[in-house]
Design a protein around this ligand. Structure first.
Ligand SMILES: Cc1cc2nc3c(=O)[nH]c(=O)nc-3n(C[C@H](O)[C@H](O)[C@H](O)COP(=O)(O)OP(=O)(O)OC[C@H]3O[C@@H](n4cnc5c(N)ncnc54)[C@H](O)[C@@H]3O)c2cc1C
Length: 384
């Protein structure tokens, strides 16, 4: 294992960090952290990310992409403010799936807008009755002349209200279960899809939606992943995304530590800085240790994803440890700030609320543990 990043990776990460501190964070601060960002603002932010290659990431240069590897992408992505992580994560990921698996028609139709930062995409899998068990999706699609007809509901979809393009996983043949799944691309200008906003306890600047497909008709050629390949493609995509969520959780925890270190050097009780008390130092030491452990797990998993190695255990360990860790660390940061940490005048309670969310998407903590258990024992807790 070698985490000596290349000079270029170090430079890109440093530049990204500076840009986030000087440009993105102040812009978001102005919008407010606890209300939805407007589509206009999001698109302006996406355009800011374009020169960094964050919209075109691993797409080859000859297709108009940045041609970077997954590790470089993750190193920059983890610097992004949490407020942008859904938009700047999912949308480019849909672009990647089109660039890597789409036809010339898909690439011509969907890629230019996504790569320019003019369009936003979402990826719709979860349904009201189908969460962790992705093989049970019930949204159906059948062919009627030159169109697919889609019926069903998708829920908790990141970017779902603002998205111009929807990549939706559908069931072509219910009798085949997970083997009947595939993916269809929807251009909402051509095919309107109704949606409603879902409010969460945190990540309030984000856009989470329920999408309604009621005899939605989509041109036949918009089929991206044919029947039978949908589940495998989804599961493959999870490996990198689990690391990205782990990286985001680690960044949130690191922010909480940063605020805490500043505070313990300012706040005085009993005539001394609270940072001089051993029990406060213990909390700080635990926070730092857990953050570093998460980062190392995440980088190792990313390194394996990057090299195309078998990495189910490593990506699941990174995801479950880092996201649970972020809850513990942000909670300790609140403790260190005393009552002030509980107020919305300080950022800690927001970091805690944001961290709390991350144990659910991209496979819950329990699902990650089942993946690890299955790989260790060779026994599947869910299926025969
Ligand atoms: C912020 C956020 C963003 C999201 N973005 C998207 C998106 O862009 N696209 C999308 O398609 N979905 C998205 N989701 C949905 C997410 O993928 C699901 O919430 C997740 O897969 C879990 O499904 P569920 O919420 O229905 O929980 P369920 O699957 O119903 O699970 C409920 C509880 O049961 C546990 N459980 C389930 N099965 C087992 C088992 N076999 N053994 C032990 N415990 C089990 C779970 O761990 C959990 O604790 C997002 C969710 C959130 C919170």
């Amino acid at each position: 294992m070698n985490f000596d990043f290349t000079d270029e990776q170090v430079m890109l990460k440093k530049t990204m960090k500076k840009f986030v501190r000087e440009v993105l964070e102040p812009a978001i601060e102005e919008q407010g952290h606890d209300k939805p960002l407007s589509k206009e603002f999001i698109l302006s932010m996406m355009k800011e990310l374009k020169p960094f290659g964050l919209l075109s990431t691993t797409i080859p240069e000859e297709q108009g992409g940045a041609g970077m590897d997954t590790m470089t992408w993750a190193l920059m992505y983890e610097e992004l403010p949490g407020e942008l992580s859904g938009y700047a994560g999912i949308s480019p990921n849909v672009a990647r799936s089109i660039a890597h698996g789409g036809s010339d028609y898909h690439k011509e139709k969907f890629l230019p807008g996504l790569l320019a930062g003019d369009k936003i995409a979402c990826s719709a899998n979860t349904e009201p009755n189908v969460g962790s068990d992705t093989s049970g999706m019930q949204t159906t699609a059948y062919l009627d002349g030159d169109h697919w007809v889609i019926n069903g509901t998708k829920t908790f979809i990141t970017n779902g209200n603002h998205a111009d393009y929807i990549s939706v996983t559908v069931q072509f043949d219910k009798s085949k279960g997970g083997k009947g799944l595939g993916t269809i691309l929807i251009d909402r200008e051509e095919t309107p899809v109704e949606s409603r906003r879902i409010e969460l306890m945190g990540l309030k600047t984000g856009d989470l939606a329920e999408l309604y497909f009621d005899n939605v008709r989509v041109p036949k050629e918009n089929l991206l992943v044919p029947e039978g390949e949908g589940l495998v493609k989804n599961l493959k995509g999870y490996h990198a995304w689990r690391c990205f969520v782990a990286a985001k959780a680690t960044t949130i925890a690191e922010k909480a530590l940063e605020y805490s270190l500043k505070y313990v050097n300012e706040r005085e009780q009993f005539g001394k800085k609270i940072g001089s008390f051993q029990l406060v130092q213990e909390m700080l030491a635990d926070m730092k240790t857990e953050i570093d452990a998460s980062r190392l797990l995440t980088y190792r998993a990313l390194d394996m994803v990057n090299k195309g190695k078998h990495c189910r255990v490593e990506t699941s360990m990174a995801k479950q440890f880092a996201t649970e860790m972020a809850i513990r660390v942000t909670s300790k940061a609140i403790q260190i700030h005393g009552a002030y940490g509980l107020t919305s005048e300080f950022p800690l309670e927001r970091l805690f609320r944001n961290a709390r969310i991350l144990t659910i998407p991209e496979g819950t903590t329990q699902i990650q543990k089942l993946v690890i258990g299955r790989e260790l024992t060779g026994l599947n807790a869910i299926r025969k």
